[in-house]
Design a protein around this ligand. Structure first.
Ligand code: S6P
Ligand code: ZN
Length: 175
């Protein structure tokens, strides 16, 4: 049976140069490496007010230099639109940034549920050794804005230090 509105996409390392800080390490890696895949069910056309989309993301384990694999990160194009994330498999961090430039993170583990308020940019980082999977539910008119903070990004990084994930604020990227 064909279900209308099912979509899937993948993001490869070659498409993610802008998000990793160690460009030298990035250059040495295979650009065809899949960093994450997204599946979504969009039962109404994108942009429809009042509908909901459902999706799943799987982020592979890995690092570019000492920075863990992660999603690009975005804010919603209609900025006041909120979203739920729910973790099903793996370990990670949800990195969040509000409009005042405040940046924080939430631990992701199987069963963790995360409410992402409107106006808050969001990115997921896989800090574990297995694929990190989470589901998401967001309004069908939310859209995506990938130019977070005028291209400065989220203002924080999750780095591997002595084998452990460390959440670090980048001072000059915070408004
Ligand atoms: C959509 C939702 C997720 C992400 C996905 C990939 O609002 O937040 O489905 O799109 O996790 O992340 P990104 O930053 O590449 O869109
Ligand atoms: Zn979103």
């Amino acid at each position: 049976m064909r279900v209308p509105g099912l979509r899937s996409s993948e993001k490869k390392l070659g498409q993610l140069k802008a998000v990793f800080h160690d460009k030298e390490a990035w250059q040495k890696m295979d650009p065809e490496t899949i960093v994450y895949q997204v599946w979504s069910w969009e039962p109404v056309p994108a942009g429809t007010e009042g509908g909901l989309f459902w999706g799943g993301t799987e982020i592979q384990p890995g690092c570019v230099g000492n920075e863990y694999f992660m999603t690009h990160g975005h804010r919603h194009a209609i900025v006041n639109r909120a979203e739920f994330y729910g973790t099903t498999v793996g370990q990670g961090k949800l990195v969040l940034r509000d409009e005042s430039g405040r940046v924080w993170s939430e631990e992701m583990k199987p069963g963790s549920l995360h409410y992402i308020p409107g106006r808050v940019a969001h990115r997921v980082v896989n800090t574990g050794g297995v694929p990190l999977r989470f589901v998401a539910c967001w309004p069908s008119d939310a859209g995506h804005d990938y130019e977070i903070a005028g291209g400065k990004g989220l203002g924080a990084r999750v780095l591997q230090r002595n084998g452990e994930p460390v959440f670090e604020i980048i001072p000059d990227a915070v408004a």
